[in-house]
Design a protein around this ligand. Structure first.
Ligand code: GUN
Length: 291
């Protein structure tokens, strides 16, 4: 079993970004500025946004956090987004998902200026991604591709199973891995909540990308020997031995699969840190486009 150390790769990428920022500063170019919009008081969302802001500090970016009550109206939220669109000091921003009930996510995301849409969720950027046109790629799929390519895992003609069809992970990664690109050319199957033969699909796959959020769902008897597993799940489960009373696990039962897998991303320390690194990479790109 080879562990794909996402934490280590993400640090390498953050160091590369920091070097680029240092060069920009010495050339009197603008310091990249990432903003995050956080609506409501969802605990995990606050944690993710704080990690993104902390990563900005690490690479020398400016950052801003725009926090709104979950009672904000859709119209007021759109007004705030339009203010950020007009703010020339902000190069890129994200609207942290999920948004509270009652706010139409698609409507909100379509109001983000595509040139500042470093999450790649605006319909224009999402459409470009699907067409294989250069654009901001959503950060989690971009992080997965970066890990796969840095580990020199060849996807060409491999059977790749994506579990989950979310807009953030499952849908875009399934599109990207089937494209005729260096990182693509896989034969991709997308499984989801209505799939009836998941076990059979898993056992026949060379690569499994799991983003279903069911803790420790994938067991050793569901996979074939030598499979590559990219675990995007992040769940909390009770753990009395931990001072916090819980631990973070992925969709994969790590201990149970360890004797059979070829490559695997751990949770934590796999895909999660890569998502942040790729978001900052998109922000640097956005900033450079305005030089
Ligand atoms: N919520 C979970 N993942 C993401 C992400 O990549 N971007 C945003 N904006 N929200 C998320």
């Amino acid at each position: 079993m080879k562990i794909i150390d996402g934490k280590k790769v993400s640090i390498e990428i953050l160091d590369e970004i920091k070097s680029s920022v240092d060069i920009r500063v010495s050339n009197n170019l603008k310091v990249p500025h990432l903003a995050a919009v956080l609506v409501g008081d969802d605990g995990p969302s606050q944690t993710y946004v704080n990690s993104k802001i902390k990563a900005c500090e690490r690479v020398g970016f400016e950052s801003s956090l725009f926090k709104f009550q979950k009672s904000i109206s859709e119209v007021d939220l759109i007004n705030e987004i339009e203010k950020i669109n007009r703010n020339n000091n902000i190069d890129g921003f994200i609207v942290q998902l999920p948004l509270p009930d009652g706010i139409n996510q698609e409507n909100i995301l379509s109001k983000v200026d595509p040139s500042k849409d470093v999450d790649g969720f605006h319909p224009v950027n999402y459409g470009k991604m699907a067409l294989g046109i250069e654009t901001f790629l959503p950060a989690t799929p971009a992080g997965i591709i970066e890990l796969i390519s840095r580990c020199k895992i060849d996807l060409k003609s491999k059977k790749c199973l994506v579990i989950g069809r979310s807009q953030i992970v499952g849908r875009p990664i399934s599109i990207l891995l089937s494209q005729n690109k260096i990182f693509g050319n896989a034969t991709v199957t997308v499984a989801h909540s209505r799939t009836t033969n998941l076990k059979e699909l898993c056992i026949n796959s060379d690569i499994i990308i799991s983003a279903i959020g069911i803790p420790q769902f994938i067991k050793g008897n569901m996979i074939k020997k030598g499979v590559t597993i990219i675990d995007v799940g992040i769940s909390r489960i009770d753990d009395k031995s931990s001072s916090k009373g819980y631990k973070i696990v992925g969709d994969v039962d790590f201990e149970n699969v360890s004797s059979k897998v070829g490559f695997i991303t751990p949770v934590p320390g796999g895909v999660g840190p890569m998502t942040i690194a790729m978001l900052l990479k998109n922000t640097l790109k956005s900033c450079s486009q305005t030089d």
